[in-house]
Design a protein around this ligand. Structure first.
Ligand code: ZN
Length: 396
């Protein structure tokens, strides 16, 4: 009896638990970026996984006393570095190193590889860094040459980026949990393309690279864009993507950036990725921008579509339509959509407006499967016109 009670209690506790992991975004200073803009974006993206509760630690302003800035890293599963500013106090640095050594997860986001060139352990954690007078003393460059990562020890500055532009990323480790299911090549929206990063580059696993083209003032090398670092028991996911200035945050609205960040966060926290591979993926021809960037499952979209009224937001409808068009005639996938649509047509609680809308969709992508439901709708004056239209086109 006592055991059962304990089991019930544990189940209750876990049932109440909102999220699995806790993340802490560290921000408050950034030399060339709008940290006030970027950290809410990161928070939203990571919370949208449904796996994280995200807190934010804001440092004192540049030039202020840093000695009191001491986030409790060990309370978290992941620390997200969105910081490029004044040096931390010795104890704060030691706590951070200890946190990672003991198995804490870290995300190094974009310019968070810029600060602390003199803090040795931080550079081991980030693997590679840029600017801050980094040079050959900081460690090698790391490039992708002839199908493998290559350390290059030639002298030169650390950190540069050419003109901001849209570019293609190449997945270099398709088996890594973060990248599993990602296309081999996919286009990212306009962003900085970090190049010439240098650092200890120890225990680094390159996940994706991009070609830094001379015509956009790049290096002519395939530079690492996404990679992981092992430090002690800690897991680090390093994304160089996602420039945010006061006037430009489009890079963070790209599905490629969002999905890799979401998956990278879970991997850094746990070593695995349970998030399903999204249905929408950017590809090599077009980047995928998510203006609302909430990941809707198809089920969720149809649940919203059922409530559609004329004059209200058509977003769920257009997102479904977009996904149908993206199947590019793949019969198996189209059948899945048709099944969902038929369920909606049969649903007494679905609005007339939603039924009429999907009659139009069925008229071009439906099959004989849809005919009985359409015939039923044709008997109802409110849906007669669109149902007959669909039937007419399906029977042609
Ligand atoms: Zn930037």
């Amino acid at each position: 009896m006592k055991n059962i009670l304990i089991i019930c209690l544990v189940a209750l506790l876990f049932g109440c638990k909102q999220t699995e992991y806790k993340a802490l975004i560290v921000t408050g200073q950034n030399n060339a970026h709008a940290w006030e803009e970027s950290h809410p974006i990161l928070k939203k993206i990571i919370e949208n996984t449904g796996l994280f509760q995200v807190d934010v630690a804001i440092s004192p302003k540049k030039g202020e006393n840093m000695s009191t800035f001491s986030p409790e890293f060990k309370k978290y599963d992941v620390v997200v570095m969105d910081y490029d500013g004044d040096m931390w106090a010795p104890d704060t640095r030691k706590n951070f190193e200890q946190y990672v050594k003991n198995g804490g997860g870290v995300i190094v986001y974009h310019a968070a590889n810029n600060p602390f060139p003199e803090w040795k352990e931080y550079n081991k954690i980030t693997g590679l860094g840029g600017w801050g007078n980094r040079n050959e003393q900081s460690g090698p460059y790391l490039r992708w040459v002839d199908g493998a990562p290559k350390k290059m020890y030639n002298p030169g500055p650390g950190g540069s980026h050419g003109d901001r532009h849209a570019y293609v990323l190449t997945t270099r480790n398709e088996e890594h949990p973060i990248m599993k299911g990602f296309p081999k090549r996919w286009r990212h929206v306009r962003d900085e393309l970090y190049a010439e990063l240098r650092g200890p580059a120890e225990n680094v696993e390159v996940l994706a690279t991009a070609y830094s083209a001379p015509k956009t003032r790049g290096t002519g090398f395939h530079e690492p864009m996404l990679f992981t670092v092992k430090y002690g028991k800690g897991r680090v996911f390093h994304t160089t993507l996602g420039h945010v200035g006061v006037d430009d945050f489009i890079a963070t609205q790209c599905a490629g950036f969002i999905y890799t960040l979401q998956r990278g966060a879970e991997w850094a926290a746990s070593g695995k990725v349970t998030q399903p591979v999204p249905e929408d993926m950017p590809n090599v021809a077009i980047p995928l921008l998510l203006p609302g960037f909430k990941q809707y499952t198809l089920e969720k979209l149809f649940a919203l579509a059922r409530k559609y009224e004329v004059g209200k937001s058509e977003k769920p409808l257009s997102l479904i339509a977009e996904r149908i068009r993206k199947t590019k005639g793949d019969t198996g996938k189209i059948k899945e959509f048709e099944k969902q649509i038929i369920k909606l047509l049969e649903d007494e609680k679905a609005t007339t407006a939603s039924k009429n809308y999907f009659c139009r969709e069925l008229s071009w992508m439906g099959s004989q499967q849809a005919v009985p439901s359409l015939e039923k709708l044709a008997k109802n004056p409110a849906t007669k016109e669109m149902a007959e239209y669909a039937l007419f086109r399906l029977k042609k």
